[in-house]
Unconditional design. Sequence first.
Length: 111
Amino acid sequence: MIDSLLQQIKKRRLDLALKQNDMMLRVGISRQQYQRLESKGNPRLDTLELIAKGLNSELMLVPKEKVSAVLAVLESEFSSDTSPQAETSNVEQQKKSLSDDPWQGLLGEGG
């Protein structure tokens, strides 16, 4: 079963080794606001877009009949990202994206 959107947001934040308090610097939401949103929130679309950007993610509408195919692609990319070549590629990608995200690595998420 697919996690709820709020669970996905929390998982992404944890995967990036970010604390709820870090979101204030990334998107301008206080820790209390962010905590409320993750636990039981009903955020507005513009808030979700801000959070997605702060988590280096994109919001996407996926047709139900395509969800399993999208998840399979994401899962295969995730499992291939653990190879040494992928690790080198990830480091190169992070260096390239520094110009896109000057705050990258500032909070200790490895960049």
